[in-house]
Ligand binder design. Structure first.
Ligand SMILES: [Zn+2]
Ligand SMILES: [Zn+2]
Length: 164
């Protein structure tokens, strides 16, 4: 298909404001740079998608920036008998304009990391007191009190006061 690329080639760049997408993590507008080719009835685009997301760290719950800078290649075709994949989109023959936005949105969503970690060295939150261990230390490890012993102590105390 690529070999049929015609000489009608154009380069373009556009910015889509972040509110046009259904992605709450978007922090900045999305810049799409692409070159377009027409090959018979098909249109091929290749270029890059750039933006910034704000994610929340799974370990320490602090927000951090995550850059997206993704190369892409997509073909819009009106043929129905082609193998569909992520890089082939259907274009109805009545369509007069190609809207890249759904493809751009999918590409961004696919590039949100599954594990959101602010840094490989993130120490996370203390399970005992909730202190962010990247920012400070706490006394939990030094002075460990098992909460089960705490409740036993309470029970003992109430039994003692009941005896009195
Ligand atoms: Zn973190
Ligand atoms: Zn602690």
């Amino acid at each position: 298909m690529i070999s049929h690329i015609s000489v009608d080639r154009s380069l373009f760049e556009f910015t889509v404001t972040k509110d046009k997408f259904d992605i709450p993590e978007l922090k900045e507008d999305v810049i799409v740079k692409a070159s377009a080719y027409q090959t018979g009835e098909d249109y091929a685009f290749s270029g890059s998608i750039k933006t910034k997301l704000e994610l929340e760290c799974d370990r320490c719950c602090v927000k951090f920036d995550h850059d997206i800078d993704k190369e892409f290649e997509v073909i819009y075709t009106s043929e129905d008998n082609v193998d569909r994949d992520d890089h082939i989109m259907y274009l109805s023959p009545q369509e007069v304009e190609i809207d890249l936005k759904p493809y751009v949105q999918d590409t961004i969503l696919l590039n949100i990391p599954f594990k959101k970690i602010c840094s490989e060295n993130c120490k996370g939150l203390c399970a005992g007191c909730g202190v962010n261990l990247n920012k400070g230390t706490c006394n939990c490890s030094k002075d460990k009190i098992d909460p089960r012993w705490e409740s036993l102590k309470e029970l003992k105390k109430s039994l003692e006061s009941a005896e009195e």
